[in-house]
Each structure stands twice: as structure tokens, then as C-alpha cells.
Design a protein around this ligand. Structure first.
Ligand SMILES: *[C@@H]1O[C@H](CO)[C@@H](O)[C@H](O)[C@H]1NC(C)=O
Ligand SMILES: *[C@@H]1O[C@H](CO)[C@@H](O)[C@H](O)[C@H]1NC(C)=O
Ligand SMILES: *[C@@H]1O[C@H](CO)[C@@H](O)[C@H](O)[C@H]1NC(C)=O
Ligand SMILES: *[C@@H]1O[C@H](CO)[C@@H](O)[C@H](O)[C@H]1NC(C)=O
Ligand SMILES: *[C@@H]1O[C@H](CO)[C@@H](O)[C@H](O)[C@H]1NC(C)=O
Ligand SMILES: *[C@@H]1O[C@H](CO)[C@@H](O)[C@H](O)[C@H]1NC(C)=O
Ligand SMILES: *[C@@H]1O[C@H](CO)[C@@H](O)[C@H](O)[C@H]1NC(C)=O
Length: 485
């Protein structure tokens, strides 16, 4: 039996960044002239880039722009005349890359605001790359044709890798890792330059594998670091069919490597037993579980397991309890002031679902409603240790008409109902305190969703649908932004 890969999420983000770069920088690296990126008066980049034919008979034209008021990146690629296509390897390489650009831009809406500093970095890097490029050109022109071909492959790899660095640099959160990558790339570059001078002194295979492994790790790093905006939800996969109509299940998004325990809570009240399954496979294939008895029954299905503790709303109260599984003790209890409870402001399906706790890339959140906000959804960021409210946002969306809600990268997504045709139709961005209406279909396979939560580690949505435990993959789209730091 195969386990559904939870690694998941066709993350367009990386592609988008690479695409951006490919459409703007790459053509110049493979030998076509390009206009320099220019900084607009606002300090933001004017992203218009034209790639004009270096040689008039090569009728390449790439044009990309993100000047659209809605921040859309519009990329237009004009292919060369047929007769030009196979003239030389470089042209062919470029043609393939442009094709990729064309493929990817279909789904791209990029708002990419970079600072001057980043620009300088990129420009500097381009200069370095050009220098390297020239050296390689000399190698290619030498008589050692066979070797030159191999270096060409490495060179292409290098060209692919290096522009990832400035993007990575934007994520200072993992600065140490980035620095290490940077050093490795620099080392590799140095090796290559040396290699160019002492042809044959280095082992091609070894270099090649170094480049490959670096590439792999860089991409993994990008995936890990990239946050984004929800643009699509896959069809559901049913993991298990068990329990009553209402309940919740999850994995811990910050569990240590190798800990894939599944947590399972059947029902929305009158229960205080949490089931622990050793792994997703165990969960799917067996009923071998350990039971944990909570000191109080829970309310609703808004529980979340985070860093080894379960956070839940105590039945018929405003109280949030943090219960540590390892020690089987309550480590914190805290009232959520003004929060409606006891079916005052439940989700559309009812079930005392007044207070919904959830975790995204940014940490722990509580979603509820208050009289003060006229029963509309209120979002609070919570300190996971003290359970104190760090910050609160008030939305204009009535909680009782929301099907469910989940948080991804600081944006709360709300569905339009729990039965029948379902979609995600409202999004509240805590970063900007703004909302928008969206339309992302969510297949409601068993017609009664009583729990829907995002897991930032798996990049998946966990749902409880009418006694079925299901998973959805999500597609996130990344916006590169310097001020996100
Ligand atoms: C999510 O995507 C992964 C990789 O493409 C796949 O293996 C897995 O089955 C998908 N899961 C769902 C719920 O669609
Ligand atoms: C590239 O374009 C710039 C400005 O348009 C021009 O000055 C330069 O000579 C061009 N370089 C090549 C190699 O065509
Ligand atoms: C672009 O898409 C087409 C059709 O979807 C595919 O055949 C082609 O291989 C893609 N090209 C690249 C470079 O990914
Ligand atoms: C890069 O090279 C320097 C000096 O040769 C060395 O000290 C360092 O460990 C290398 N770094 C990596 C990541 O390979
Ligand atoms: C049941 O799970 C426990 C750990 O949760 C494990 O030690 C035990 O081997 C499992 N039993 C079976 C029959 O799989
Ligand atoms: C998880 O808890 C441990 C202490 O129990 C703490 O050191 C660590 O920072 C926590 N991790 C997260 C992601 O909160
Ligand atoms: C906030 O995040 C959303 C989605 O992640 C994005 O669309 C929006 O532009 C961001 N706003 C600001 C001010 O960063």
C-alpha cells in the first residue's frame, strides 16, 4: 500500500521566481543582449525587460512586465522564425528555456518588488557570471572539443543555480544556511575557473555530482522557505473512514523528523479521549492506537496539536487549554476574552465550533467571533507558551455563515458552507489587514465538512468529512517581497 506523499503542494513559488529570472536575466547569459533592469523613481523596480536580438537575423524577442496595477506579470515571448531554430546549441538551449517560461507564465501573477540592494546584488552577480561565461567561451573555442562539451553542461548548471542566491538572501530567517549555500556556490565557481585554466586537472564526474547535490539542496531550501497565496486545492484523498459525522484529526506540523504520529478526536463534545496513531500508515491500516484522556472534554473540532501539545477549547467555556502529551499535564490555561462560546458563534454546521485553533507557518492562531464585532470573525495570534493574545484582527465576515476556515501564511481562508458545493471564497490577509473575495473550488466528497485545517509542514489540508478523514493538496503561489523580512 502506498502512502500518499505528504510532502506535497505543487508549489509554484519556486517556479515563479525562476521564471521571472529566466525571462529577464537568462537570455543575456546565453548570449543575447538585454536591457538593464532600471529602478523606478519609487525605489521599486520597473520590471519591464526587453530582450532584443543581438543579431538582427535572430528574431528573438522576450518581453515581460509587471506594471499592471494588480501586480500581474505579463510575459510575452515571440519565438524566432523556424529557420533560426536549430542553428546552434545556444539557440536551442534558449528556445527550451523560453518555452518553459511560456509554459509557466500562463499561471503567473507576480508582484515582485525588490530593493535597490537586491538589484545591486543581482547586477554584481551577473557581472561575475559574464566573466565566467567568457572564460568558458574561450574553453569552448579551444580544440579540446570533447571536454568543452562537458564543461558546457556544468556551466549551464551554474547559470541555473546562481540566481537563486539573491532570492534566498531575502529570507534572512535562515541566514546561516543561505551563507553556506553561497559559499558552496562560490567554491564551485572558483573550482570551475581553475578548471578552465588547468584543463583536465579535475574530475568532471565529481564536479558534476557536487553541482547536482547543491542544486537539490537549494531547491529543497526554497520549498521550505517559500510561503504563498492559495491558488488551488487538489481533489481529496480519503485516508480513512471512521468515527462519527463530526471530529478532527491532524499531525503535528513541528514534530521532530521521523515523528509522523496522527492525532484523532471523534465528536465535538462529550469526549475527552484523544487517539494517537504511530504513523499515517498505522492510521490507515490498523486500529492500533494509544488513548490520551484530557482533563476536560473539548468543544467543537477546532483542536490543534502543535509541538507536542494539544490546544483545545474547554467545553462550554472561553477557556483554551494547552495539554502536554508527554507529561500528561495541563501546561497552560487561558481565557479568550470576549470570544463567543457555547454555540453563540459556531461555524455554519453548528457543533459548538465557536473557537477554532490552528497553526500556520507563523505559529498559533485562534479564530472566533465576538459581540463587539457583531458576530463577525475575529482572528488572534496567540503566544503558544503563554496563550496570551499577541495581536487581533477583526474581519467583516459573519462567523455563523462560514463553513470552515483555515490559515496559510498569515491569510485566513473561509469556505462558503459545509454541505453541497463548497468553495473557498473569502480571504483575510493579516499582513495588510485587508480582505478579498476569491473563488477556489473545494470538492466536498462526503457532503459534510466539520473540520478543515492546514498543516504547514505537509502543505496539505486535513478535513473531517462525514466520518471520512481526507486530505487535499494545496497550490501556493509565492510573491517575492523584500519587506516580508
Ligand atoms: C499530493 O501530491 C503528492 C505529490 O504530487 C502526491 O503524491 C499525493 O498523493 C497528493 N496528495 C493529495 C491529497 O492529493
Ligand atoms: C547591448 O545593448 C546595449 C544598449 O542597448 C549596447 O550599448 C551594447 O553595445 C549591446 N551589446 C551587444 C553585445 O550587442
Ligand atoms: C511546455 O508545455 C508543452 C505542453 O504542455 C510540453 O510538451 C513541453 O515539453 C513544455 N516545455 C517545457 C520546456 O517544459
Ligand atoms: C569553501 O572553500 C573554503 C576554502 O577553500 C573552505 O574552507 C570551505 O570549507 C569551503 N566551503 C564549503 C561549503 O565547501
Ligand atoms: C501498536 O503501536 C505501538 C506503538 O504505538 C507499537 O509499539 C506496537 O508494535 C503496535 N502493534 C502492532 C500490532 O502494530
Ligand atoms: C517546541 O518546544 C520546545 C520546548 O518544549 C521549544 O524549545 C521549541 O522552540 C518549540 N518549537 C516551536 C516551533 O515552537
Ligand atoms: C499579504 O499577503 C497576501 C497573500 O499572501 C498578498 O496577496 C498581499 O499582497 C500581502 N499584502 C501585503 C501588504 O504584504
Amino acid at each position: 500500500m502506498t502512502v500518499p506523499l505528504l510532502k506535497i503542494g505543487v508549489v509554484l513559488s519556486t517556479m515563479a521566481m525562476i521564471t521571472n529570472w529566466m525571462s529577464q536575466t537568462l537570455p543575456s547569459l546565453v548570449g543575447l543582449n538585454t536591457t538593464k533592469l532600471t529602478a523606478a523613481q519609487s525605489g521599486y523596480l520597473d520590471r519591464s525587460t526587453g530582450v532584443l536580438p543581438a543579431n538582427p537575423e535572430e528574431s528573438w524577442q522576450v518581453y515581460s512586465s509587471a506594471q499592471d496595477s494588480e501586480g500581474r506579470c505579463v510575459c510575452t515571448v515571440v519565438a524566432p522564425q523556424q529557420t533560426m531554430c536549430s542553428r546552434d546549441a545556444r539557440t536551442k538551449q534558449l528556445r527550451q528555456l523560453l518555452e518553459k517560461v511560456q509554459n509557466m507564465t500562463q499561471s503567473i501573477q507576480v508582484l515582485d518588488q525588490r530593493t535597490q540592494r537586491d538589484l545591486q546584488y543581482v547586477v554584481k552577480m551577473e557581472d561575475q557570471l559574464r566573466g565566467l561565461e567568457n572564460k568558458f567561451r574561450q574553453v569552448e573555442e579551444s580544440h579540446k572539443q570533447n571536454l568543452a562539451k562537458q564543461y558546457k553542461t556544468i556551466k549551464a548548471k551554474m547559470a541555473e543555480l546562481r540566481p537563486l542566491i539573491p532570492v534566498l538572501e531575502e529570507y534572512k530567517a535562515d541566514a546561516r544556511l543561505v551563507l553556506q549555500f553561497k559559499q558552496e556556490v562560490q567554491n564551485l565557481t572558483a573550482s570551475l575557473a581553475l578548471l578552465q585554466q588547468e584543463m583536465g586537472a579535475y574530475d568532471y564526474d565529481e564536479l558534476h555530482s557536487r553541482v547536482s547535490s547543491l542544486e537539490e539542496r537549494l531547491r529543497a531550501c526554497m520549498q521550505k522557505l517559500a510561503c504563498g497565496k492559495l491558488t488551488g486545492i487538489s481533489e481529496p484523498i480519503t485516508i480513512k473512514t471512521s468515527g462519527s459525522r463530526f471530529g478532527s484529526w491532524m499531525t503535528d506540523p513541528v514534530a521532530p523528523e521521523g515523528d509522523t504520529r496522527v492525532w484523532y478526536m471523534d465528536g465535538y463534545h462529550n469526549n475527552r479521549f484523544v487517539r494517537e496513531y504511530r504513523s499515517l500508515v498505522d492510521f490507515m491500516t490498523s486500529d492500533n492506537f494509544t488513548s490520551h484522556r484530557l482533563p476536560h472534554p473539548w468543544s467543537g473540532t477546532g483542536q490543534v496539536v502543535y509541538n507536542g501539545s494539544i490546544y483545545f477549547n474547554k467545553f462550554q467555556s472561553q477557556v483554551i487549554i494547552k495539554f502536554d502529551f508527554k507529561t500528561s499535564t495541563i501546561s497552560r490555561t487561558q481565557r479568550l476574552d470576549n470570544a463567543g462560546f457555547n454555540n453563540a458563534y459556531h461555524y455554519a454546521w453548528g457543533g459548538h465550533s465557536d473557537i477554532d485553533l490552528m497553526v500556520d507557518e507563523g505559529g498559533l492562531w485562534a479564530v472566533y467571533a465576538t459581540n463587539q464585532n457583531a458576530g463577525n470573525i475575529v482572528i488572534s495570534k496567540l503566544n503558544p507558551v503563554t496563550l496570551h493574545v499577541v495581536k487581533t484582527w477583526t474581519t467583516n465576515h459573519p462567523k455563523r455563515s462560514a463553513g470552515e476556515s483555515f490559515m496559510i501564511c498569515g491569510t485566513l481562508y473561509v469556505t462558503n458552507g459545509y454541505s453541497g458545493g463548497t468553495k473557498v471564497y473569502y480571504a483575510y490577509h493579516t499582513n495588510s489587514s485587508t480582505y478579498e473575495y476569491i473563488d477556489i473550488p473545494l470538492q466536498n466528497k462526503y457532503s459534510h465538512i466539520s473540520m478543515l485545517d492546514y498543516n504547514p509542514r505537509d502543505r496539505a489540508l486535513y478535513a473531517w468529512n462525514n466520518g471520512h478523514q481526507v486530505l487535499y493538496n494545496v497550490t501556493l503561489f509565492h510573491l517575492v517581497r523584500s519587506e516580508e523580512l
